[in-house]
Write a protein of this length. Structure first.
Length: 406
């Protein structure tokens, strides 16, 4: 009698990890290459753009900055991917319980998930069902535009199945070119006195050499412009503080790879201002659909009295105001940003949105109170530091005034 022996077929861990369609799942970060094509398709029809979630940016970011607990939150149906966001998971704690939050970091401070614009209610309900079944009591979206369509979808889902609250609210600078009228909008935005000062500084720059503005888009141009940006950033205050990208090799390689890959799909450009052949300011810009993000800016401090960074951002502002394809420019910066806070008048409410799977949402409210306390403490610390920096200047003015009276 002949016995048949069946040899087990080897199944890779990546294949076993694939979730069933129609379920909300948390996949390992290593699954991103497999999901990349579907994420790119979802980004094209997403309710709102977030270029930091494009695979060209996210993959190098995960490799350089990813931490333990980083997962990929996905929701698929029989047709395609309907929701995507990298999330940090937490096992619990006294105040938070088990929760997960959209992964936002200093190089991508935007917590907007990718939500299929044709499946918004379906996605919101699936998220809350997953929270109930998995025992995760909280979903947190930090650095979220609170008036955005994505925030509205999450709030509506929470109203149906749980509750929501907001913390760490800020009013950040933003530009809306779609509702502006070009040159007239710029004149209203920038006072006549400031325009005269910018023109005076530009004339002074022209005395040092021919002033030119160039936008790098091809791979060769991007490589040269990126190197110029890194040199400018390293020579300035970030280099002295040790926060320049060149100070950490992993961060430098992540930024270089991400910008080069985004540029290949026309999602990134680097704008450079030169005096003669010398770069004196550079801006890395990331675009997706109708959204433009001025990501990083650096300037030559030797020309600081003539404001090269402000000159470049002013030129960019004019370009955005005349660009019919851009509806919103979000610098993803703090509300007290010295450069854009003075240049742009429009403000947009940002904050952290807490979604609770329970009606009372006690943990969500406690976490929100803690986030508010931390944000308030940081703001007070900034005010103290600025006050200390200004005191010596006041003392010098008093001393010089006393000498003048003598």
């Amino acid at each position: 009698m002949q016995m048949l022996v069946r040899t087990p077929v080897a199944v890779s861990s990546a294949a076993r990890a694939q979730p069933r369609r129609g379920t909300f799942a948390l996949e390992p970060a290593e699954a991103l290459p497999r999901l990349a094509e579907r994420v790119s398709r979802l980004a094209e029809r997403s309710l709102e753009p977030n270029p930091f979630l494009l695979p060209q940016f996210l993959e190098p970011a995960v490799q350089a900055l990813g931490r333990k607990g980083l997962k990929l939150a996905t929701y698929s149906d029989k047709e395609d991917l309907r929701f995507f966001a990298p999330v940090m998971t937490s096992g619990g704690g006294i105040f938070g319980g088990r929760h997960f939050s959209v992964w936002a970091h200093p190089f991508a401070p935007l917590g907007v998930p990718l939500i299929d614009s044709n499946r918004t209610r379906q996605v919101g309900d699936a998220l809350l069902r997953h929270m109930r079944r998995s025992g995760r009591k909280l979903f947190i979206a930090p650095h979220l535009p609170l008036a955005s369509a994505s925030a509205s979808v999450l709030r509506e889902a929470a109203k149906r199945h749980g509750c929501w609250t907001v913390a760490a609210r800020q009013m950040r600078p933003v530009l809306y070119p779609a509702v502006a009228d070009g040159a007239e909008a710029f004149e209203r935005m920038v006072s006549q006195r400031r325009r005269r000062e910018l023109d005076r500084q530009l004339r002074r720059l022209c005395e040092a050499g021919a002033v030119s503005f160039m936008s790098a888009r091809s791979p060769m141009e991007i490589e040269a412009a990126f190197n110029a940006f890194i040199a400018l950033e390293s020579s300035g205050w970030k280099g002295r503080r040790g926060t320049a990208m060149a100070r950490r090799q992993k961060v430098l390689e992540f930024a270089r790879t991400a910008i080069m890959q985004l540029a290949q799909s026309d999602n990134a450009a680097i704008d450079v201002m030169r005096v003669g052949d010398r770069p004196i300011a550079a801006l890395i810009r990331i675009d997706q659909g109708t959204l433009s993000i001025p990501w990083k800016i650096a300037f030559d401090e030797e020309f600081a009295p003539l404001s090269p960074g402000k000159q470049l951002m002013t030129d960019e502002t004019r370009r955005w105001l005349f660009d019919g394809g851009i509806e919103r420019v979000d610098p993803v910066c703090e509300e007290d940003n010295a450069l854009l806070g003075q240049l742009w008048r429009d403000r947009e409410a940002y904050g952290t949105l807490f979604i609770s799977a329970t009606r009372l949402g006690i943990r969500a409210r406690m976490r929100a109170a803690m986030a508010d306390f931390k944000a308030s403490s940081r703001a007070q610390a900034k005010l103290l530091v600025r006050g200390r920096r200004r005191k010596p200047k006041r003392k010098k003015r008093r001393q010089s005034a006393a000498r003048a009276r003598r």
